[in-house]
Design a protein around this ligand. Structure first.
Ligand SMILES: [Zn+2]
Length: 157
């Protein structure tokens, strides 16, 4: 079941209410690979230039970005400390737009963790892809495969 619109509106309001007035980037990015941390930094700058609301949410909830060899990007919340783990497979797609989409998506998951909001796994995933979708459609030069993937995932059954 898709959570109803008023629930989504309340979740979004709660997440935004937690934002500091001025967010500053204190995100630590682990060095890895062939300047992969610089690609992630470019993706963060793209988010900042595209929409400061998404940027503020990212810097509020994410303190640290790691890179791993696992097949997907993910996140974890540890003692008030938000961590995003970027998959090498996402980096190798060679798209800063995709990395920005991943960071926006995972920051939404961290918002759930930080605020103790519990939905079913599918509802949370659908929400995070919808949040990601609302961001990526603002990107100039959005790759059709990225739009198609995010559209499909935001309508998860
Ligand atoms: Zn997700």
């Amino acid at each position: 079941m898709m959570p109803n619109k008023s629930l989504l509106t309340r979740i979004i309001a709660l997440i935004i209410a937690c934002l500091p007035l001025v967010a500053s980037s204190q995100i630590k990015i682990d060095k890895a690979g062939d300047d992969w941390d610089l690609k992630i930094d470019s993706a963060i700058n793209l988010i900042k230039q595209t929409d400061t609301n998404y940027y503020n949410t990212l810097v509020k909830y994410c303190n640290h970005i790691e890179i791993w060899n696992g097949p997907f990007s993910t996140n974890y919340w540890d003692k008030d400390y938000g961590n995003i783990i970027i998959s090498v497979s996402d980096i190798k797609l060679n798209s800063i737009n995709n990395l920005a989409a991943v960071l926006v998506h995972e920051s939404a998951h961290l918002g759930f963790r930080c605020n103790g909001i519990v939905l079913s796994e599918n509802d949370e995933e659908r929400f995070c892809y919808s949040y990601e979708l609302a961001f990526i459609i603002k990107l100039p030069n959005l790759e059709p495969w990225l739009l198609e993937h995010t559209l499909r995932m935001s309508n998860l059954k």
